[in-house]
Design a protein around this ligand. Sequence first.
Ligand code: NDP
Length: 293
Amino acid sequence: MSERVGFIGLGAIGRPMAGHVAKVFETQVWNRTLARAESFAAEHGVTVAANPAALISWADVVITCLPTSADVDAVVKGADVSWREGQLLIDATSGDPAEARALSEWLAPQGVGFVDAPVSGGTMGAEAGKLTVMLGGVTDHVERATRIIEPYSGKIRHVGPVGAGDALKAINNALLAVNIVAAGEGLAALVKLGVTGETALEVINAATGYSNVSVNLIPERVLTRAWPRTFRLALLDKDLGVALKMLQDTGVPHDAIGVAKEAFGKARASLGEEADHVELIKEIEKAAGVEIR
Ligand code: NDP
């Protein structure tokens, strides 16, 4: 029997993910800003739930894609919400592993399964249905979740118990952040020394210092001065906070990730909640008095 899927959170990445789910499963959506849910429903021919409680009571499987674990908690434990035995919550938020474990423990006595299922691949990966998804949970729940998320995934990997997906995602994004800071600083210095950004990247990307930041993000967003807004800097700062706390809690040195957290925290205070993550490089350019071109 086909599952009924409820999708909560039609933001920059949630909306294209939900679009793929709606092509395969009977779907209802809910979004805090109603107009976004209505425009999604008009495009995909699905129903908008009146509130999270109505969506959760209708669905067999619920997918959440919200900024933080705290936002997920507030919605899935909110007013009038009641879960029933046999349901599954798939949390696609880049969340906090400890909060994922706590939510799983709150749902389990009600007979409700939980899988943390954060994604990577950006809004373009979501539109193409090619996201990389890292799943934390028990095998039965993970297998059921895999069938539901297949429409938006290129690679799905069960990485460990509940919370493991969130832990891996936080470290992945910490590596992205470290690369943005280091590449921005290094390229600003090279431009000041007379090497163009384009030349520097041509060499770095054929040498040993390359990363997704040097291969994709800087050529597409910085050299072009396009600065598209696809992944909020505030969300990457949140991910760095999760990663840093994990390192502190496990007694692991955190020099590089600590520096990135500081840089992103400062950039968030200066650029605001809507800036894109790559715009941190604007702050480096401003401090250096140079544009990377
Ligand atoms: P956005 O900021 O674009 O969207 C956030 C969504 O959550 C919106 O639908 C928003 O509703 C809703 N929302 C925010 N706060 C609340 C709340 N308190 N209660 C209910 N709904 C709320 O975020 P993204 O879609 O970019 O990111 C979602 C998650 O996916 C994050 O954890 C992020 O780190 C992760 N992610 C994002 C990627 C990207 O490229 N954008 C890539 C990989 C992971 P409203 O419409 O009302 O604002």
